[in-house]
Write a protein that binds this ligand. Structure first.
Ligand code: FES
Ligand SMILES: [Fe+2]
Length: 422
């Protein structure tokens, strides 16, 4: 592992004063900070692995990663969820090369060792050539020590002493609960992901998720195009360049949200279908409850899980200047076809890889990384709304739509974890 940056160096990178909140550009630059982020953040806290619907049946599996470590998440024969390091215990080959599927066992492509979906070693070809006393029992696939789920979201942690998942989720839990209520008592089913990558730091994407300041600028041409057509976005997007209506929230646990001030219409659906859905929500949660559920909301579970109303995005760090993003459309089990078709359309055309918004943002991230390559440029500022936000007793901070409250919450948590004892 690279030499650790000492706590005082880290602490100085996130500089919070009454009049300004700034972050050193060094925090986005270079392999040292990135290596420390893997050790101190990605291998210390809870990281999202998959949605339960992706591994619904015994034998189902999905390949993913925790930080840069490759991981397979599986549904064991007994029904439990396992998270395993995707590395053969013989000589380290990648054991599972598929993104997802269903299997009775994983067979290593190199020399054919085989493992149950729980990770247990079950076969070594020609094992008679191994010495007397060769210990097979410690050759199971290495397990990620902690796995837990909340609301269908499965998380894993390499830290055996990690805090309980619900403590980690903290203030974000209420937003997950509201997001779940959109299913009107059903459950989500995630569809196959869209993917994109960009030559920039993973934190650019994280900071963008709840950035209510940028849409009227970077996405202006996209919005103008949409307005020309009687499309489904007409009532959804901003009409003012900088918007105050709505909220940003930052939590002490590092999570944050962006919420529109009023429920947004789901444009493309047959009004009768939409009304029936709205009525169903009102019956379940009351008039005000339904309005809260339908408020457009996008949030980040620190450090790299994004939840939108219609999709989940997972930000995978590859290197300090390379990031991959997986965007999963969210279907509602048992909902009217029109509702799910509209959800898929939204995921494809708005926030998906080829959507009208993502390309604009990715272009900015890559350009930002380029600018940060120069050490002559020392600080970026995240001071919008600082000191003007409402601070609640539990540490939640609430700003208006275009404030940088959630980004500040992210960086405070980043600083605390990065400067903590190894
Ligand atoms: S590396 Fe997997 S069987 Fe040899
Ligand atoms: Fe954007």
């Amino acid at each position: 592992m690279n030499a650790r940056l000492p706590p005082h160096t880290i602490t100085k990178m996130v500089d919070e004063q009454a009049h300004e909140f700034r972050v050193a550009t060094a925090a986005y630059r270079g392999p040292e900070v990135f290596a420390q982020e893997m050790e101190q953040i990605f291998y210390k806290t809870w990281i999202y692995l998959c949605h339960e619907s992706e591994i619904a049946k015994p034998g189902d599996f999905k390949s993913t990663q925790i930080g840069t470590r490759p991981v397979i998440v599986t549904r064991g024969r007994e029904g439990g969820i396992h998270a395993l390091l995707n590395a053969c215990t013989h000589r380290g080959a990648t054991i599972c090369r598929e993104e997802k599927g269903n299997t009775r066992a994983f067979v290593c492509p190199y020399h054919g060792w085989s493992f149950r979906t729980s990770g247990e070693l079950i076969g070594i070809p020609d094992d008679a050539r191994y010495p007397e006393g060769f210990n097979k029992s410690d050759k199971n696939l290495k397990s990620v020590p902690r796995v837990a789920a909340y609301g269908g979201l499965v998380f894993g942690s390499f830290n055996p002493d990690v805090e309980p998942l619900e403590t980690f989720l903290g203030g974000a839990k209420q937003h997950i609960d509201l997001w779940l209520k959109r299913t009107a008592g059903s459950t989500y089913r995630v569809a196959t992901s869209h993917k994109y990558g960009f030559d920039g730091n993973w934190k650019f994407q994280a900071e963008n998720v709840y950035d209510g300041y940028h849409p009227g600028f970077v996405h202006r041409s996209a919005f103008n195009t949409v307005r020309k057509f009687e499309g489904s976005f007409e009532n959804r997007e901003l009409h003012a360049a900088v918007r105050q209506q709505g909220y940003t929230r930052g939590y002490p646990e590092g999570h944050g949200t962006l919420e529109a001030g009023a429920p947004l219409e789901s444009g493309g659906i047959d009004p009768a279908v939409r009304d029936a859905y709205n009525t169903q929500l009102k019956t379940l949660y009351g008039e005000d409850g339904a309005a809260e559920v339908l408020t457009n909301r996008q949030f980040l579970i620190f450090p790299n899980l994004t939840i939108f109303d219609f999709n989940i995005r997972v930000i995978q760090p590859i290197a300090h200047d390379r990031t991959e993003v997986y965007s999963y459309p969210l279907m509602i089990d048992g909902a009217h076809d029109e509702i799910n078709a509209n959800r898929m359309l939204d995921a494809q055309t708005r926030v998906g890889t080829a959507g009208i918004l993502s390309a604009d943002d990715i272009d900015v991230f890559a350009g930002g990384q380029n600018a940060l390559r120069t050490e002559a440029f020392e600080w970026i500022t995240l001071s919008r709304g600082l000191g003007k936000e409402e601070v609640k007793p539990d540490g939640e901070r609430v700003g208006v739509y275009s404030d940088e409250a959630p980004q500040r919450a992210f960086w405070r948590k980043w600083r605390a974890l990065m400067a903590a004892a190894a």
